[in-house]
Structure formats: structure tokens, C-alpha cells
Design a protein around this ligand. Structure first.
Ligand code: IMP
Ligand code: MG
Length: 212
């Protein structure tokens, strides 16, 4: 893949940023060649930055409407993938909210689910009597969310709901309830807007698909 092709694959940005991002992709391509998974790493745009922003704002309004302003609302984001989603979601909410973070790992490396969920960082505060929303980047097999819902439910929140930016229903291995879904997508491995492949691409403002 030529450098020009890498640059063409990206949405319009300033010249300086193009250069930096292109280097990032070229590096990523070499790394993935070693892993033997991908041959061309300029992600194809699946959901543009504008699509994502519009939908996240609509979700924020929907959530705000369903929780009276005088009630507490505590958003628990799952690191690392949900950090941008949380940031945009709460900035679009015209009400008091509190936030906390939990980190779990469900995939050892690459794009294959290990089916195993491990807690890496727990919450800073308890959930007893609070209105809690789990904020997750994507629900794929559902194993991570099922685990999270179970352990957070056991902490006796007043209400517990889940918001996921993306859902891949065809991949589900376990039935999980997700009250707020940003986009339903097909079975493609996606990156950007917080989502990674081997820790890369989280900084893309759009959701893209890696070309195989
Ligand atoms: P699940 O347990 O299979 O539902 O997987 C959930 C986690 O896997 C998500 O929180 C992501 O971190 C990761 N994941 C699943 N699908 C994708 C994808 O298409 N791109 C990036 N990460 C993914
Ligand atoms: Mg995640």
C-alpha cells in the first residue's frame, strides 16, 4: 500500500495531522503483518464522525428524558473502549451526572474472543441505591456485559441499565439486555472512537472497518 493510498483512505484533515496519522497506519500495518491478520490497515469508514456525534447526542437526550433531573444518575464506563463515548454522552446531557470507571479484559489479543472476563480495575465508589448506567463501547458475544451486569447488580443499585454504542447481535452467545444501543452493525471487526485493534486506532473520530 502506498503512502498516498493511506492518506486517501482518511477523511479530510489538516496537512500536519495527515502526516502523523499516516505514520501511525504504516506502523500498524507492519505490526499486523507480523501477526498475520491484516494486509491493509487504512480503515474503511463505516460510521462517520458526524453519524457518531448525531447518534450519541440523541442517546444522551433519550437517557436524560428517562431520569428525572432531581434524581441522581451515575454512569459507569468500561475502560478503555468506552472513554470517548462517555465523554461525548455526558457533554450532551443537560443535568447532573456522576461518573466512574471499571476496566475489564475480555480479549487476550487481536480479534478473537477468549470467552474469559477479568477485572483489572474496580469502581471507586459503591452503587447502593443509585441509578446506574453501564456505558460500554460494543456488545459482541455479550459475555463481558453479562459478567458486568451480574457483579454490578449484586451491589444493589436502585436501577441498572446499559448503554452500548454498538451492537453485533449475530455474534451473541448469551442473551443480555441493553436498553440503549447506538448502532446495530453486522459481524465486522470495527475500530475507532475508543475501539482498538491491538491497542491502536482508539483515537479515530469515526468507526472504521479494517480491510482484510
Ligand atoms: P463481548 O464480551 O464478546 O461482548 O466483547 C466485548 C468487548 O470485546 C468489547 O468491550 C470490546 O472491547 C471488544 N470487542 C468486541 N468486538 C469488537 C470490535 O469489533 N472491535 C473492537 N473491539 C471489540
Ligand atoms: Mg470494551
Amino acid at each position: 500500500m502506498t503512502r498516498e493510498k493511506v492518506l486517501r483512505g482518511l477523511p479530510g484533515r489538516g496537512k500536519m495531522e495527515h502526516t502523523t496519522t499516516a505514520r501511525h497506519f504504516i506502523f500498524g500495518r507492519e505490526m499486523c503483518k507480523i501477526g498475520g491478520h491484516m494486509s491493509d490497515l487504512a480503515p474503511t469508514v463505516l460510521l462517520s464522525a458526524e453519524d457518531v456525534q448525531t447518534r450519541v447526542k440523541a442517546l444522551a437526550r433519550e437517557i436524560s428524558r428517562e431520569y428525572p433531573p432531581d434524581e441522581d444518575l451515575h454512569l459507569v464506563a468500561i475502560l478503555k473502549g468506552a472513554f470517548l463515548f462517555l465523554g461525548d454522552l455526558i457533554r450532551a446531557m443537560d443535568r447532573n451526572v456522576t461518573i466512574d470507571f471499571m476496566a475489564v479484559s475480555s480479549y487476550a489479543k487481536g480479534t478473537t474472543s477468549s470467552g474469559e472476563v477479568r477485572m483489572i480495575k474496580d469502581l471507586d465508589s459503591g452503587l447502593e441505591g443509585r441509578n446506574v448506567i453501564i456505558v460500554e463501547d460494543i456488545v459482541d458475544t455479550g459475555l463481558t456485559l453479562a459478567y458486568l451486569q451480574e457483579i454490578l447488580h449484586a451491589r444493589n443499585p436502585r436501577t441498572l441499565r446499559t448503554a452500548c454504542l454498538l451492537s453485533k447481535p449475530s455474534r451473541r452467545k448469551i442473551d443480555v439486555k441493553v436498553e440503549y444501543v447506538g448502532f446495530t452493525i453486522e459481524d465486522r471487526f470495527v475500530v475507532g472512537y475508543g475501539l482498538d485493534f491491538a491497542e491502536k486506532y482508539r483515537n479515530l473520530p469515526y468507526i472504521g472497518v479494517l480491510n482484510e
